[in-house]
Design a protein around this ligand. Sequence first.
Ligand SMILES: [Zn+2]
Length: 435
Amino acid sequence: MFGHGRFALIDAVRSTDALGLLRELEAIQFESPAAIRQRQEESQAEYFKVLTKVSPFYREYHSFAQLPIIDKDFVKRHRQQLINPDYRGKLMRKKTGGSTGIPFVYSTGTYSHSYLWAGILLSWRAIGYQLGEPVVFLAGSSLFGSGFKQAVYHKLMNTRVFSAFDLSPERMRIYAETIASDRVRLLYGYASAIYRLAQYLLSSPRRLHFVLRGVVCTAEVLTPTMRNTIESAFGAICVNQYGCHEAGVSAYECEHRRGFHLITTRCYPEVLDDGALISTDLSNHAFFMPRYDTGDLVVMENNQCSCGRGFPLIREVIGRSNDMVSDPAGNTVHSAFFGILIREDSRISAFQVIFDERKLIFNLHCRERGVDWSNYLRQVRAVLKFDDIRIVENLSFKTPTSGKHRYVVRVDDVDATLAEARREQILPLLHKGGE
Ligand SMILES: [Zn+2]
């Protein structure tokens, strides 16, 4: 009951109702697929009605299926037309960029925000977490936020935040000892960071005693090897969670781990032939992004999960960035560190980091020339120790055969890769002089 009170207080401060929605979803998840589809159809019809009524942009459409598929660029170009002028609730400005590399701003209402938290809590609850129990976040600020307000929320939620950007052996020792000594019941965060912590634990001669109910990974690919390593290091079940908030996508693994149960009372998902996940956040009546391309590729599971939950299953999410940069000294940062570093900077449209044993190159794609990037250079040098760390501009990105953009690429020889990029270069180089 103590835990409930704390979460109710957060809801009151935030004008959300994550707790109420969590209770609702805990019941709805065990309804039949048909009953859940019925709920979704009602939400979708209501969404379409509001959309075509208030948005001049969408007024001409007669059915949901006719709506064009949109992406981040579309949203950036048509931001004004996507705002619901009739929406009277509290507007929440959202920013992504950590995992996508390109800054992206959109808005939601309090209902979507309630769904965001109810979805996370539902994934924790699936492995036995009780509200108010101690939780550790091992992640970047894109996941846990920063600032005073967030600090208060974390206090109320009984969560502690550990940075996934600093995974030196000394930090990992402190993280692990705290998780053990504070009797933390749930570990939540980036799969790659938790995996590294697990590897560290298994290689350490010291055995710590954990009382975790489980580990919930998010935002990245969790391979079977990573899962096994995490489970043996912490002696607890490890499940995965997947979300794309702007598309209303919130999905969680249950104890059977047959894939992600997608909360379809919130969203209307569509999977294209190539696996691209298109989704509409039906809970967002404040800012419309119908049929939004999440940029993720998924494979759906046609069979039902034996847990009895009626939400459809995403069998696998493929092609997401889960890259870490490690320097020769053993310092490690998540690729999202670079994304967060530059996400407020509108001069930068995209980036890529390439590195080898001794050299790291931060390749920025930008419109302006001759900009002083020394501040970024300083920040990168503060966390990573390479013989040589440099920023270059507008060199072609190194693209893997999958074609999906990689934000961080480890190569055998940075100099050779750079020479290749210069040959392929399509964008003008900085300081090339005179042109
Ligand atoms: Zn299940």
